[in-house]
Design a protein around this ligand. Structure first.
Ligand SMILES: *Cc1c(COP(=O)(O)O)cnc(C)c1O
Length: 353
């Protein structure tokens, strides 16, 4: 397939001041369409709205998947992506789950790199900032029958984002949710399918209204085993070992999660992927054997947990501060992403400088 590049002749002005998350978009986007049985018409074009028929299937039956990855630029102007191919492989898995036709990962990765380079002046350089990359695929057949659509749009948009933590890493408070569930085995929780996030909003709003930052999700069947947090995976340091819920079909297989496991194992810190009973966690928090809890995900990289609300009571975790293992992992991962530290794992794809 050929990639057309149509450059914008009107460049937008860059945002001044705080970037926040996902509020500003660059000058260009990548788009390709699926029609008559294949992906085609791939192009990089000026950023702008789509025109879709109100009957387009995505509005009714939510055939939609997305990804999130980042480009990092350091003070020297070097630009790096972190495991971007893994995101596109995972996106193809997500597509398969909701019957969106698969795409050529290497073609899209090449287009993604060209898009980031075309809009590279938008990438902020301060530590903690990045260019967030959002690949998305939606169905677009104008018909109301419930079936896998015969038309799709794939696009990539870019958004400069600020440091996740404006004032250093601040531990978050989590609400352990026993009523609502995020995902069940056999459902779509293992994939980055858009509908999962609609299903999670109610519990997220409830947690916020009670004064917590995010939800800690438990399993759908017994409401007993920890699954993940908001849109992050979760790690516990229990008796000096790093413990994280095993991927059982309802947990999103995070690329940060996998990287943290590989990093810890390379330092001979034991990691267990297994069922994690919330009772075990609460006992550990109370008797001091659970010294740290932290979330992992592309947005925050590492998010230390300082407080848990369980059955109406608050519990302080690790003295309410970021722990030693979370700090070490954060420094190493962000160091590798910025090119400050060596990358023995081959995770980084340097695309400029
Ligand atoms: C994206 C996401 C994660 C984290 O995945 P990363 O690849 O590490 O960014 C975890 N949980 C959910 C529900 C997610 O959507």
């Amino acid at each position: 397939m050929e990639l057309k590049i149509i450059e914008s002749d009107k460049k937008k002005s860059k945002p001044q001041g705080a970037l926040g998350f996902g509020k500003y978009f660059t000058d260009h986007m990548f788009v390709m369409e699926y029609e008559n049985g294949s992906w085609g018409n791939a192009r990089i074009q000026p950023y702008g709205p789509f025109t879709l028929d109100p009957s387009a299937s995505v509005f009714h039956y939510a055939q939609a998947v997305f990804e999130g990855t980042k480009a990092y630029r350091n003070e020297k102007g070097e630009i790096r992506l972190f495991r971007p191919r893994d995101n596109l492989l995972r996106m193809n898995d997500s597509c398969d789950r909701v019957c969106i036709p698969s795409f050529d990962v290497d073609f899209v990765l090449d287009a993604l790199v060209k898009l980031v380079l075309l809009d590279k002046d938008w990438i902020p350089t301060q530590s903690g900032t990045a260019l967030y990359i959002r690949p998305t695929a939606i169905s677009a057949e104008p018909a109301l029958g419930v079936h896998a659509a015969n038309k799709y749009i794939f696009f990539i948009i870019l958004s400069p984002v600020g440091a996740y933590y404006a004032h250093g890493l601040e531990p978050v408070g989590l609400y352990v949710e026993k009523e609502y569930v995020r995902a069940s085995k056999g459902g779509t929780g293992h994939h980055k399918v858009a509908g999962n996030y609609a299903a999670s909003l109610k519990a997220g709003e409830k947690a916020k209204s009670l004064g917590y930052d995010q939800v800690m999700w438990l399993d759908a069947k017994e409401h007993k085993y920890v699954e993940e947090v908001g849109s992050m995976n979760i790690f516990f340091v229990l008796d000096g070992k790093a413990v994280t819920p095993a991927l059982g079909g309802s947990i999103l297989p995070g690329i940060t999660r996998r990287s943290v496991i590989e990093l810890l194992r390379s330092k001979n810190i034991p990691v267990e992927e297994r069922l994690v009973d919330i009772g075990e966690v609460m006992r550990g928090v109370q008797n001091g054997s659970c010294t740290e809890i932290f979330g992992t995900g592309t947005a925050a990289v590492i998010s230390p947990v300082g407080k848990l609300c369980y059955e109406g009571k608050d519990y302080v975790v690790g003295g309410g501060k970021m722990g030693a293992i979370a700090s070490q992992v954060y420094e190493e991962l962000t160091g590798i992403q910025a090119g400050k530290l060596a990358d023995p794992f081959g995770w980084v794809k340097k695309i400029f400088g």
